[in-house]
Design a binder for this molecule. Structure first.
Ligand code: MF3
Ligand code: CO
Length: 248
């Protein structure tokens, strides 16, 4: 069942969503060679708590950190650790909080120092793919119009779309119905309606689309060792079109 949100509820969701986007903006400014992802995790947690919100991922199905830090060939759900970031790395950071009963969720991928031409292109195309999807988050479109639009841009740019992880409805729970895949034929799935709030989150790979999970039970990495990027926004569908709740 898809839970529609009133305009008042969408206004309330802007608070956690803004805390998430401010946290990511703050972290982006700290990402450079020599910094550890565990330091970023502590910073994110501190910022969320100072904003009177609670980090949403820590303890979710047993996830042990506040921030997901996925480096290079890591696709999603990577653990923060004590290793220093190096020039040329790419780092995906994914963060969520809950405030006054509502969740916000967003992710960005950030270059560390100077990255290869292909790494920079992967980051750019993944962010563009997210916006291509958001453009289709309109009343009377079908859910898979979002998916198809993401896929067309990513594959049209020579990259591949991860199938195992998808976006999701979001509201009083972090993960609500419907699932939002980043691939598929247009014109399928539910009709989009004002009041739906979706976390749209393409994960795009440099080479093949296949992933495997490391022995920590969480970290997804590309099967072929190619790079992966991830961008996510929490988006409300309104009668006037998509409203990005996690925009800066
Ligand atoms: N944005 C990711 C998702 O929606 C992050 C979840 S991390 C978890 O799946 F720990 F909460 F699972
Ligand atoms: Co999400």
């Amino acid at each position: 069942m898809i839970i529609l949100k009133s305009s008042l509820e969408i206004e309330r969701m802007k608070v956690p969503c803004q805390i998430v986007s401010e946290t990511l903006a703050m972290l982006r400014g700290q990402i450079k060679p020599g910094v550890t992802t565990l330091a970023l995790d502590r910073c994110a947690e501190k910022f969320a708590l100072k904003s009177k919100s609670v980090p949403a991922f820590k303890g979710y199905s047993g996830y042990p950190f506040s921030l997901c830090c996925s480096l290079n060939d890591q696709v999603v759900h990577g653990f923060p650790n004590e290793k220093e970031l190096r020039d040329g790395d790419i780092l995906s950071i994914d963060f969520g909080v809950v405030y006054d009963g509502f969740y916000g969720d967003a992710a960005i991928t950030v270059p560390v120092g100077t990255v290869s031409v292909n790494a920079a292109k992967l980051i750019k195309v993944t962010e563009e793919s997210l916006y291509k999807g958001i453009e289709k988050a309109l009343p009377n479109n079908n859910l898979s119009d979002i998916s198809a639009s993401v896929q067309a841009h990513a594959e049209g740019s020579g990259f591949s779309v991860v199938r195992e992880f998808v976006g999701h409805g979001i509201g009083r729970s972090l993960h609500e119905s419907p699932q939002v895949p980043n691939f598929g034929k247009p014109g399928r799935g539910v009709k989009l309606k004002p009041g739906m709030v979706l976390a749209i989150e393409p994960m795009i790979n440099e080479k093949g689309s296949h992933v495997r999970i490391l022995s920590d039970g969480w970290t997804a990495v590309t099967l072929d060792g190619g790079l992966s990027a991830h961008f996510e926004h929490t988006v409300a569908i309104t009668k006037n079109g998509p409203e990005i709740l996690t925009s800066i």
